[in-house]
Design a protein around this ligand. Structure first.
Ligand code: MSP
Length: 693
């Protein structure tokens, strides 16, 4: 991205026939992340989002609701705007395509292309899908007369109209040339290849007007027609620059640095129609167009394949707040983090509330919360709350450099999950380092210099972490920095700070520690009340089915997605670093408590996959005369066949729990190695049912 001009970042403009959900929230969040990241690097930035209001499907939704279309779309546009504000998305402009400024720009584009001959008059007879707002040829449509897009499959309408057509077919070669010459233009690579294949099939001139049925932007001088909604919608990116009235502003913004979206509106619209329109206008093409995958609803939800059951992001944040007791702005940050971290950006991810809440506990309550809290608590205790005089550990400084480099590469590739994963590598590294160096023992032994150095390393790492998390979690970053005694006067930290190891001098006074992310005790999903309105949540586009598989979001290993643990921490989660004695009382269990656990060796008699569950395996185990069914989240690590005949260790008296309609009657023990479950086995074969003590 250019550093000399304003970095201009856009989301798609959202249809207002339904409410926001975490799908539309994700794209807007990615843009917010990018904006904050570039601003931290010192760039001028401009972040545009908004609503696509002239679609027939909006008009039909209004009719169904019995409300006038403009009133209807205004209500939803307001809801999008306030939802995005509540999620702390720092957009600079919110465009609505019913606004006068946009109608003027669309008219200008239309007139210019008509005058240059890039639009021509013709008759159209064919099929139209209102849900996808897309035309289809007779040859695309099967006998069922349903939309050929597998994600839609709604009944098509026959249309017969006199229309205006763009000479799209004339731009195929120029588009291919641009794509080849600018490998970063369309990202990720495998989606660029889909575009190349699509253009090579031959572009056809699809109509850009429709007959006027009372909703839409009228064609200049031809009020019986309206502009096709996609032609109108794409122009929003230009309208917002002030083109053609304010050319100075236009030049500071255009070309856009990144148009961000999901895959369904990439190939036909943003990677083909839009660049061809810009070429016809003689305007530069956007620098990058990136398409991520989808959040999809939970399996088995029947409301809609794609977005059925996806929650409203603000409802999700309120739920996290209510369940954890975190401050509202930190609960919002938690959702922002989880949406980015649990997403497989180049593919699809299935939303799973339980897995979200588990990751809240592991990554936020344990890893980040623990590190921040224990660092400040130890400095308070051993150095009266003032940063000690010492050099931070140079090896950790080198590690930080690697982490920052990985983070930057991930952002260049729009892999926001990988960027956060890099930040969490630093956080986990520090929690391990604290365990290993045991500052409390150093204090006892009077090794003050070493203690000061370890705590300086902790302080520096928390400071670097506060920079790395700032684009995703701005409020958390601020809270962490405040606890370190850093006063940014409300501004985000500067990015360069992340690379300066040993930046902080001694003597800064720290604020008293406060837990940022209290642990959620019960992570079982809430009843559906918190989800968005399923009707109208669909985000249909028209690029047809995607080749990428649905991947389960990357959650911490769940050996059995189960109820609260018997004792001492939830065994499915990443091991919680034992709390430092300074921060809270050690979480010892008494022998009596431990002995309540019925740990036994079991023989795996049968292991089988569970339909539609990518992580779980169903095990039938012999406990020495008693057969049990145990569900274990180890399908990503083990094939059923390799488990048969193995001996494993199970908790035999864990309260049974139903998952996927099957009762799990115990829990298998496994080591957690970088999020992968490795099962525990006795060193030599033992009789089934042998007790483990
Ligand atoms: N109005 C068009 C876009 C015009 S842009 C010039 C449109 N609107 S939409 O409301 O259907 O939004 C589509 C976009 O919303 C997707 O491309 C994506 O950015 C976001 N998402 C909507 N549902 C989504 C998921 N389930 N998952 C991820 N992103 C999703 O198409």
């Amino acid at each position: 991205m250019s550093s000399t001009k304003t970095v201009y970042i856009t989301t798609p403009i959202y249809y207002v026939n339904g409410r926001p959900h975490i799908g539309s929230g994700l794209t807007t969040l990615c843009c917010d992340f990018l904006k904050r990241y570039h601003a931290m690097r010192g760039a001028e930035t401009w972040f545009l989002t908004g609503t696509d209001e002239n679609a027939t499907k909006n008009q039909e939704a209004a009719q169904e609701a019995g409300v006038a279309p403009l009133e209807f779309v205004t209500g939803l546009a307001d809801e999008f705007r306030s939802a995005w504000r509540a999620m702390n998305f720092s957009f600079d402009d919110f465009i609505r395509t019913t606004e006068e400024r946009h109608v003027r720009t669309v008219h200008e584009v239309f007139r210019r292309l008509r005058d240059s001959g890039d639009l021509y008059r013709g008759a159209y007879e064919g099929w139209y899908c209102v849900s996808d707002e897309t035309f289809f040829r007779d040859t695309d449509v099967k006998d069922d007369l349903l939309c050929p897009n597998d994600e839609c499959r709604k009944p098509l309408r026959r249309v017969q109209e006199e229309n205006w057509f763009p000479r799209l077919s004339a731009y195929g070669d120029r588009l291919l040339e641009h794509i080849e010459g600018n490998p970063d233009f369309l990202q990720p690579d495998f989606r660029r290849n889909e575009v190349v294949a699509f253009i090579k099939q031959g572009l056809r001139d699809a109509s850009v007007t429709r007959s006027n049925n009372g909703w839409g932007i009228p064609v200049p001088d031809e009020p019986d027609k309206v502009v096709y909604v996609w032609f109108d919608a794409l122009i929003n990116y230009l309208t917002a620059t002030g083109w053609p009235d304010d050319m100075e502003r236009y030049r500071s913004l255009w070309p856009a640095d990144v148009h961000m979206m999901a895959k369904e509106i990439f190939v036909r619209f943003h990677a083909t129609l839009w660049p061809a329109m810009l070429m016809a206008l003689g305007l530069p093409l956007p620098k990058q167009v990136y398409a991520h995958g989808w959040w999809v609803g939970a399996e088995g939800k029947k409301e809609g394949k794609r977005t059925g059951g996806l929650p409203h992001p603000v409802a999700l944040a309120s739920e996290v707040e209510a369940r954890s007791g975190a401050a509202p702005e930190l609960a919002v940050d938690a959702v922002r983090y989880l949406l980015l971290r649990e997403m497989a950006f180049h593919g699809d991810s299935e939303f799973n509330e339980e897995s979200f809440l588990r990751r809240y506990n592991t990554d936020l309550a344990n890893d980040l919360g623990n590190l921040g809290n224990r660092t400040v608590a130890m400095v308070s205790r051993y150095f009266a709350g003032e940063a000690p005089q010492a050099e931070p550990d140079a090896e950790t400084g080198e590690f930080v450099k690697e982490v920052v480099a990985d983070y930057e590469v991930a952002i260049r590739e729009f892999r926001f999950n990988a960027a956060l994963e890099a930040a969490w590598r630093l956080i986990s590294h520090m929690n391990r380092l604290i365990e290993h160096r045991a500052p409390w023992s150093l204090a006892k032994q009077g090794k003050t210099d070493e203690l000061a150095s370890v705590l300086c390393t902790c302080l520096e790492s928390v400071r670097v972490a506060s920079v790395l998390i700032a684009p995703a979690m701005p409020s958390t970053s601020r809270a962490l920095r405040a606890s370190l005694g850093m006063d940014d006067e409300g501004d985000a930290p500067k990015w360069d700070e992340a690379l300066q190891w040993g930046l902080r001098g001694p003597g800064t006074r720290l604020a008293p520690p406060k837990p940022l992310f209290p642990r959620i005790q019960d992570v079982t999903p809430s009843p559906p009340a918190s989800t968005g309105d399923a009707k109208g949540l669909s985000a249909h586009g028209a690029d047809g089915p995607s080749a990428s598989p649905i991947v389960q979001s990357a959650s911490p290993p769940a050996v059995q997605s189960s109820s609260p643990p018997a004792v001492g921490g939830d065994p499915q989660e990443k091991r919680m670093e034992p709390p430092a004695p300074e921060a809270q009382a050690p979480a010892y269990v008494t022998y009596e408590e431990f002995s309540k656990l019925d740990l036994r060796v079991a023989h795996v008699v049968e292991a089988e996959p569970i339909p539609n569950a990518t992580k779980l395996l169903k095990l039938t185990v012999d406990l020495g005369g008693e057969t049990r069914t145990i569900l274990a989240g180890i399908a990503e690590m083990y094939q059923p066949d390799e488990l048969k005949g193995k001996q494993i260790v199970v908790i035999a008296n864990l309260q049974p729990r139903k998952m996927r309609g099957i009762e799990s009657q115990g829990m298998l023990l496994a080591a957690d190695v970088d999020g992968q479950a490795i099962i525990l086995q006795p060193e030599t074969p033992v009789p089934a049912g042998a007790r483990v003590r």
